[in-house]
Design a protein around this ligand. Structure first.
Ligand SMILES: C[S@@+](CC[C@H](N)C(=O)[O-])C[C@H]1O[C@@H](n2cnc3c(N)ncnc32)[C@H](O)[C@@H]1O
Length: 278
């Protein structure tokens, strides 16, 4: 066993350096993730059904109109897309997970819902003046690197119709992002990370200057490959959001707190929903 590879992989990395592997698009892991999305008792990849229904109702109070053109970025298995399409809106779901998109397409066919699903990286969104609403749900906006965030906001702005809205949720300043420093490990014959024996070393590290926490998982299997999965977690105050969005030419940013119940990942007061207008 080449222990030096493990030692190297568990050293504190430079801020925002990328991992060696992607969790969402790995064929084996994305199968496990799909199970997590669809398990009503676990809120690690999608929220529970009642929360999704309430969120969709709330979205349609804030974005009013018939037959709205809606784009759901990181749509996963289409849990929001289906509810919105069921209310008569023209929904496109975009996700780079082949497994989630396959499931979403089959589910829409079974339910006779006309939803367009695209298996695509949303950082490569290339559309213009098309959508009334673009949404991104489950705090995914906050795991983008700063440069990705800027790029995506520019693309979303271009893809919206004038007056169109971008709606997303983030972790806010109540979330204890600085309480990083924990380390843990898991060994299993098979499990979330691999379908074969593996060891996973998990750590969270706070970077004071950038105010970001790295959640890192180093996974070693019998091939002795060492894969490093990294998630950079940001929190945003209302002022942060207003500044960020106005610098990208969005206007009239509104923030809403305590819209959803507490779940496995965070408390109700940790999450802010934000709506902004092109
Ligand atoms: C936490 S899940 C949320 C799924 C869905 N919004 C929900 O709440 O049920 C994040 C989703 O974003 C997708 N995703 C992450 N980064 C992406 C990217 N760059 N392009 C497209 N999809 C992405 C993942 O595959 C995953 O389905």
């Amino acid at each position: 066993m080449e222990l030096h590879k493990i030692i190297e992989s568990t050293k504190r990395p430079a801020v925002y350096s990328k991992g060696t592997a992607q969790m969402w698009v790995d064929e084996y892991i994305s199968d496990r993730l799909l199970e997590v999305h669809l398990n009503p008792d676990i809120e690690l990849a999608s929220r529970k059904e009642t929360t999704i229904t309430e969120t969709v109702d709330w979205i349609l109070e804030k974005v009013v109109g018939d037959g709205l053109e809606i784009l759901d970025l990181g749509c996963g298995p289409g849990l929001y897309a289906e509810k919105l399409a069921g209310k008569g809106h023209k929904v496109t779901g975009m996700d780079f997970s082949a497994n989630s998109i396959r499931y979403a397409r089959e589910s829409a066919d079974r339910k006779k819902l006309n939803i367009s699903y695209l298996q695509q990286n949303y950082l490569e969104l290339e559309e213009e003046n098309r959508y009334d609403l673009i949404m991104m749900i489950f705090t995914d906006f906050g795991v983008l690197l700063p440069e990705e965030r800027e790029r995506l906001l520019a693309k979303i702005h271009r893809a919206l119709k004038p007056g169109g809205k971008f709606l997303f949720d983030v972790l806010n300043e109540n979330f204890p992002i600085k309480e990083a420093g924990s380390k843990g490990w898991e060994s299993a014959e098979k499990g979330f990370w691999r379908g074969e024996p593996y060891l996973a070393l998990t750590e969270s590290i706070y970077y004071e200057e950038q105010q970001v926490t790295l959640s890192q998982h180093v996974v070693i299997d019998e091939s002795e490959e060492v894969d490093v999965y990294r998630f950079w977690i940001h929190t945003f105050s209302q002022a942060d959001l207003e500044g960020l969005l106005s610098s990208r030419n969005f206007r009239a940013t509104e923030c809403y707190d305590r819209l959803i119940p507490s779940c496995d990942m965070y408390r109700s007061e940790d999450v802010t929903f934000c709506i902004t207008i092109k």
